[in-house]
Write a protein that binds this ligand. Structure first.
Ligand SMILES: NC(=O)c1ccc[n+]([C@@H]2O[C@H](COP(=O)([O-])OP(=O)(O)OC[C@H]3O[C@@H](n4cnc5c(N)ncnc54)[C@H](O)[C@@H]3O)[C@@H](O)[C@H]2O)c1
Length: 84
């Protein structure tokens, strides 16, 4: 079977890419570390979308254990406008 790796698989582009590739017959491996929740808070988490993909395509989609880890503490990753 053809195999594809999708980075950011829980995001807008990534999740649509997963759906497209599964329907095209690929065995899809997603790499997703939910970085959105780190940057934008829990309401921006892509975890629910990853769970939907696993539920919908579980036989053809799986999440890699090799996703990069998020920092363990949230230390203001964004610079506020006007600051250095
Ligand atoms: N949405 C658009 O219209 C559009 C248009 C052109 C280009 N792009 C580009 O395509 C890419 C994806 O866009 P999107 O709208 O799907 O963004 P998104 O924020 O919805 O998805 C990105 C996903 O990548 C994950 N992620 C971030 N860093 C990661 C890491 N180190 N390891 C694993 N997962 C990680 C995030 O958690 C998130 O789920 C971006 O680079 C964006 O700039 C998007």
């Amino acid at each position: 079977m053809r195999r594809a790796v999708v980075t950011g698989s829980g995001g807008l582009v990534g999740s649509e890419t997963v759906a497209y590739l599964v329907q095209a017959g690929f065995d899809v491996i997603g790499i997703e570390n939910d970085m959105r929740s780190y940057f934008f808070g829990p309401e921006a988490s892509t975890r629910p979308q990853t769970e939907r993909l696993l539920e919908a395509y579980g036989s053809a989609f799986r999440r890699s254990r090799f996703a990069t880890k998020m920092p363990s503490t949230r230390s203001s990753p964004r610079t506020e406008p006007g600051s250095n």
